[in-house]
Ligand binder design. Structure first.
Ligand code: GRF
Length: 226
């Protein structure tokens, strides 16, 4: 069955674009029912419009509490037919009430190897700290910031002299590979969460233990089409 997806974003929307591209290529079995932004200027809205997707802007300033705002966002997504939500550069913490409305079917992508470097400017935090391996994480969302059961991670080396901009670019490339894959696994009903751990039910095809992508490492490995 195709996944009925709602996407929440605040900015550029390059992860939205990666999802759109995989859908259009036929490797991701999903329909984007609504792209919702909390900022009218979010470039991701233009990307959505270019692909004839429905968009909506809800600005938090019009609401008296975070909960009221989140309930309005959830209502907009539900009435558009979205059943699964992908946060894609959405610069807001979502409340428990929002997550409950989608029965744990809320995903996020974060540009760090969680649980390290939560919050803003994760790539800068990684460079400033001096880590030698950085990366990206796709996870189910709970009510804590950048927290919840991990679906997929991609690791990238931080070579001598690599600056934040270049690291961000490399991580973003990985994000565009792993986010659509995680969404597809969810669409296939192959992700199980037990006691905070995600397991991926194997398809018929044997997979490598991990996947190397240039100097990067992805686990679980991507499948054909990603
Ligand atoms: C990405 O780095 C994502 O991991 C983080 O915000 C950024 C969004 O980028 N949550 P984009 O808007 O998808 O280009």
């Amino acid at each position: 069955m195709r996944l009925q997806l709602g996407v929440l974003l605040s900015g550029s929307g390059s992860n939205l674009q990666a999802v759109i591209d995989r859908i259009e290529q036929g490797s991701l079995q999903a329909d984007i029912r609504l792209v919702l932004a909390n900022r009218p200027g979010a470039y991701g809205l233009q990307r959505a419009t270019r692909h004839s997707l429905s968009t909506k802007v809800l600005e938090p300033s019009g609401f008296s509490s975070r909960q009221d705002y989140d309930l309005a966002v959830a209502e907009a997504l539900k009435s558009a037919g979205a059943q699964t939500i992908a946060l894609a550069g959405y610069m807001r913490l979502v409340s428990a009430a929002f997550i409950q409305r989608f029965q744990g079917r809320v995903l996020n992508i974060h540009p760090a190897l969680l649980p390290s470097f939560k919050g803003l400017q994760a790539q800068k935090q990684a460079v400033d700290y001096g880590v030698r391996i950085a990366g990206a994480t796709v996870h189910f969302v709970d009510e804590q910031l950048d927290h919840g059961p991990i679906i997929l991670q991609a690791a990238a080396p931080v070579t001598d002299g690599l600056d934040e901009q270049e690291l961000s670019r490399r991580i973003l490339e990985l994000e565009h590979r792993i986010y659509p894959q995680a969404v597809q696994w969810l669409a296939e009903g192959r992700l199980r969460v037990r006691q905070g751990r995600v397991t991926l039910e194997r398809s018929g095809e044997p997979l490598a233990d991990t996947q190397e992508l240039g100097p990067c490492l992805i686990q679980p490995p991507l499948e054909r089409g990603f």
